[in-house]
Structure formats: structure tokens, C-alpha cells
Write a protein that binds this ligand. Structure first.
Ligand code: NAD
Ligand code: DAU
Length: 359
């Protein structure tokens, strides 16, 4: 039975990916989820898989080489999907150190542990063993010319401490492939949205604030552009790259769905108004009057846009979910799971929000 080691599986994309794996492969695989459970890790995301016999959760820090080495020694792991990271740009601007620790050093620990477990004395690796490093389009920097896109060949030009740490981790994975013939792929994906996303990120923050009649803080002029992808489509892309991708290659994953932030915020408002019944007392508060322009993010990248041509051509992936469907599914999920939002926004989130938005 094939065993997957998923790092960061209690986070937003990792938990969606574990659901995706069980939905696709059922009982024919095992999944080990290794997560430190930082503020962003939440085992509630995995409640419906936690009772499965072929699922194991291990609380561990990816920077802990002993703990990670032991997990490889105790389990016959042939697939690593490495999500664990500090992922929020605003937090990286306030505290870069933990981004270097987890994203760079943690990735190095993962590479060393996998290599120690997999490399044969002659330097070769078992045929079906693969390490997939999940990365971001932010490593490519910011696009200034219209109709230009990030390709796999685009030069790295990270600006935030977050994207610099992810770029460093990508280079370390590339170095292991080039130096040791390590069997890996890198995927660089655009902005995800969907169920289980922590409300520090634009879309869930705006949904939660609007439903609570709170201001909707738009950075700068609101005209920065992101390329939004429904998270399940990202999960499909990762799985397809592991199954059909060429080892050693990088694949960009993106939705061809560029939108200005202000357009996203207005779409959330109109979709909420459309989906809330007239009898819901929250509906009256959900209006564009909530929109508030606030100070811009430092070093704010203007535009990201992925050209997903290579992944389409080589593994047959394409973004299946339109933004209009994806945002309705996402809002529907937050409607159906109010207790999830209540739990994640109690405690430390309140302090973060006050400090970040000076309310
Ligand atoms: P997230 O912040 O929701 O989840 C990160 C998870 O990693 C959490 O469960 C956290 O507890 C865990 N973690 C953090 N530090 C750890 C450590 N030292 N040891 C073990 N676990 C640790 O992040 P996400 O949005 O799900 O992103 C997952 C990955 O995908 C990241 O590598 C991110 O760079 C990448 N990515 C994210 C997006 C996006 O739009 N969210 C887009 C492209 C790429
Ligand atoms: O592009 C992929 C990246 O997308 C991932 O690598 C990151 O892990 C992920 O966090 C995301 O980064 P962004 O910085 O693009 O996402 P965020 O949701 O934080 O912000 C999206 C845009 O919205 C960005 O231009 C900043 C703006 N924004 C964000 C927040 C939280 C606001 O205007 N107001 C806000 O309150």
C-alpha cells in the first residue's frame, strides 16, 4: 500500500489535499499527516477523516530532524507532499525569522530525511518515490506589463520575506535534484481560495467581516491583481504532477482568473447578498459601505498571473472551477460551518486582528 507523508496537512490546502486523496484513492493508500499545529493548523479541518484506519496524525515540527527522521524510519513512505510553511505575507513583514526557520530550514530537514530514507548506496532511488514541494507564484515577483505571465522559465524575483523564504526553499529542492539526483517536483501555484482557509487571507477575512458587519479593509488603491484558483483544482494539479509529471520539473499552477482586489471584495458582497435570505438579519449590513481603504501593504506586489500551459500540455491539468462557482461554494461552506469560524477567530486571532488593522 502506498504511503503518503503530507506535511502541513492541518492547514488550508494540506487538509483539502488529504480530503482529495481519500476521495480519489479511498482505502488503497495510507496518509501520514505531520503538522506542528501553529496558529494556522487546525485538526477540525480533518474531523471527518480522523477515524480512518489508513490515516495517522503526528504532531511534529518539520525543523526537528530527529522526529522527522524517525517518521521516515518507522514508515515505508514513498510520496512526500510538502505543504508545511508559514504562509501569510503580512505576518512575514512583521516577523521574518520564523519564515526562514520553517520554510527554508524545515524544507532542508525534509529533504535530508527523505534522502536518507530513499537513496541507495549507488546513488539511485526507488522508481516510484517522489517528493513534491508545494510553492508559490510569488517567487517570480510582480508583473508590471499587461498581458505578461509567469512561466516556469521566469526569473525568480521575490520581494516579501515570505516569497524570499519560499524562493530559497525552491532553490534548495532544485539543488538536491541537481546534486543528488533527488526525485522531486516543484509546483508554483497562484492564490487559492475555498473551504478551511484561515481568515487572515483576503477572501475568508472579507466573508467573515461582512457577515459580522465589520469594515472591509482594502489595501492601497485596491487595484492589485491576483490570479485566483479554487483549492480543489490545486489539489488535482498536485496529484496529477505526482502521477504524470516528469521528475525534476517545475510546474506552474494557476487559474487564468485575474481579478483586482476591489473586484473580489465587491463580488463577495454581491454574492453574500444573493445567497443570504431576506429573513437573515445580517443581510442589511452587507453593503459596499463596509469597504474601507487602508494603508497599503509594504512592498505590495502589483500583479500576479500564471501561464499554466506546461501543466496542461504535459499532465492534462486545467482549472475546472469558474470563479463564480468557486466563490459560491466557498461562501456556502462558511455558511454551513459557522462554528469553525467561531473557533478559529477566538483567542489569538483577536490580538492579531487588532495589531494588524489597528482597530
Ligand atoms: P496554511 O498557513 O493554511 O497552513 C500551513 C500549515 O503548516 C499549518 O497547518 C501549520 O500548522 C503547518 N506548519 C507551519 N509551520 C510548521 C512547522 N514548523 N512544522 C510543521 N508544520 C508546520 O498554509 P496554506 O495556505 O495551506 O499553504 C500551504 C502551502 O502552499 C505553503 O507551502 C504555501 O507556501 C503554499 N501555497 C499557498 C498558496 C495559497 O494561496 N494559500 C498558494 C500557493 C502556494
Ligand atoms: O500567490 C500565492 C500566494 O497567495 C501564496 O503563496 C500565499 O501563501 C497566500 O497567502 C497568498 O498571498 P497574498 O498576499 O496574495 O494573499 P492575501 O490573501 O494575503 O492577499 C491577497 C490580496 O489582497 C493582496 O493583494 C493583499 C490584499 N489584501 C489582503 C488582506 C488580508 C487586502 O487588500 N486586505 C486584506 O485585509
Amino acid at each position: 500500500m502506498r504511503t503518503y507523508l503530507v506535511t502541513g496537512g492541518a492547514g488550508f490546502i494540506g487538509s483539502n489535499f488529504i480530503h482529495y486523496l481519500f476521495g480519489k484513492y479511498g482505502d488503497s493508500i495510507r496518509v501520514i499527516n505531520v503538522d506542528k499545529l501553529t496558529y494556522a493548523g487546525n485538526l477540525e479541518n480533518l474531523r471527518d477523516v480522523s477515524g480512518r484506519e489508513n490515516y495517522t496524525f503526528i504532531r511534529a515540527d518539520i525543523c526537528d530532524a530527529d522526529a522527522i527522521g524517525e517518521i521516515f524510519r518507522d514508515n515505508d513512505i514513498s510520496r512526500v507532499v510538502h505543504f508545511a510553511a508559514e504562509s501569510h505575507v503580512d505576518r512575514s513583514i512583521r516577523d521574518p525569522g520564523v519564515f526562514v526557520r520553517t520554510n527554508v530550514l524545515g524544507t532542508l530537514v525534509m529533504l535530508n530525511a527523505a534522502r536518507a530514507a530513499w537513496e541507495r548506496p549507488d546513488g539511485s532511488y526507488p522508481e516510484d518515490h517522489r517528493f513534491l514541494h508545494v510553492s508559490t507564484d510569488e517567487v517570480y515577483g510582480s508583473l508590471s506589463e499587461p498581458d505578461t505571465y509567469f512561466y516556469e522559465t521566469t526569473k525568480y524575483d521575490p520581494h516579501s520575506p515570505y516569497s524570499a523564504s519560499k524562493a530559497s526553499s525552491d532553490f534548495m529542492v532544485k539543488a538536491y535534484m541537481d546534486t543528488y539526483g533527488f526525485p522531486a517536483n516543484i509546483t508554483n501555484c497562484s492564490n487559492n481560495y475555498g473551504p478551511y482557509q484561515f481568515p487572515e487571507k483576503l477572501i475568508p477575512l472579507m466573508i467573515n467581516n461582512a457577515l459580522n458587519g465589520r469594515k472591509l479593509p482594502v489595501y492601497g488603491d485596491g487595484l492589485n491583481v491576483r490570479d485566483w484558483l479554487y483549492v480543489e483544482d490545486h489539489c488535482k494539479g498536485i496529484d496529477l504532477v505526482m502521477e504524470k509529471g516528469t521528475l525534476g520539473e517545475t510546474y506552474n499552477i494557476g487559474g487564468h482568473n485575474e481579478r483586482q482586489n476591489i473586484v473580489i471584495v465587491k463580488t463577495i458582497i454581491s454574492t453574500l447578498r444573493d445567497m443570504l435570505p431576506d429573513s437573515d438579519p445580517r443581510k442589511a449590513n452587507v453593503t459596499e459601505d463596509l469597504i474601507t481603504y487602508v494603508a497599503d501593504r509594504k512592498g505590495h506586489d502589483r500583479r500576479y498571473a500564471i501561464a499554466p500551459d506546461k501543466i496542461r500540455k504535459e499532465v492534462g491539468w486545467y482549472p475546472e472551477t469558474t470563479f463564480e462557482d468557486g466563490i459560491r461554494k466557498t461562501i456556502g461552506w462558511y455558511f454551513a460551518n459557522p462554528e469553525w469560524m467561531e473557533h478559529v477567530t477566538s483567542g489569538a486571532y483577536q490580538t492579531y486582528y487588532k495589531e494588524m488593522y489597528s482597530e
